[in-house]
Design a protein around this ligand. Sequence first.
Ligand code: BTN
Length: 272
Amino acid sequence: MEHDMPNVSNVQGLLKTRELGRTMVFEACIDSTNRLAKVLAADGRPHGTTIVADSQTAGRGRLDHRWSSPAGKNLYVSILLKPKASSESFPQIPLLCALALRRTLAELAPQMPMGIKWPNDLQTRETRRKLSGILCEGVFFNQGEHGVVAGIGINVNATESDFPAELRTYATSMKMETGTDFSRSLVLAEFLGHFEKVLDAWEASNPPSLERFSSEWRDADLLYGRQIAIDQDGRHQEGRAVGIDAKGHLLLEDASGSISIIHAGDAHIVRR
Ligand code: BTN
């Protein structure tokens, strides 16, 4: 099984996409693939340009967290997207990315049931350990067009000792869940294929919406029906999570049955 760094010919030999990954940049070690992706966007690289690193020295996560990025084990990927849809719908992209990733994992490791914690954390369904993180950021292309950098970290072959001590009870990898090594090139090629399909289906609806993914989301949703707490812009709210709307906002029901729409934030389950 390939443990070396994935390279252009390995990955492109496995690709089934039209655009995603057709231009690829590989780096052995970089601060953050998202940062490089933004530079390349300004330099006019095409839609679907994919940046992959074997390790990152300053991998970034959501909410100013760091993303542990040791060499030789995992995938650290950023994809430049220039959706045809208006920028108002871009906040839906992280959720689409999570759905594509879940499809990829279901195909390659069906013995490892995964769910999604809104908006885009891939976690094991039973033990709620995090296997992947997604950080999408807005970007300008050289023609002044808006786009998105979708940054994805997937813990592929990491073992417990590869994670910093504070993450060990909370993070996991495909290898830790299944006992087998996976080819990072294959995981990446399959993910790009699923992501392109999901994006195509999304852009086919006008305006783009998550409506057509609602039953898939419901099946993946780790928060559904749970009592949760959410912090958003310094405001703390509690209630029962009752799914998402067509724009990907979280729906939170309070004790009186009224529903609040949550645009962003970090959700925690209070009671199962
Ligand atoms: C999260 O907090 O869950 C999101 C983590 C996103 C990490 C990925 S790794 C590739 C890309 N480059 C970065 O610096 N971050 C994202």
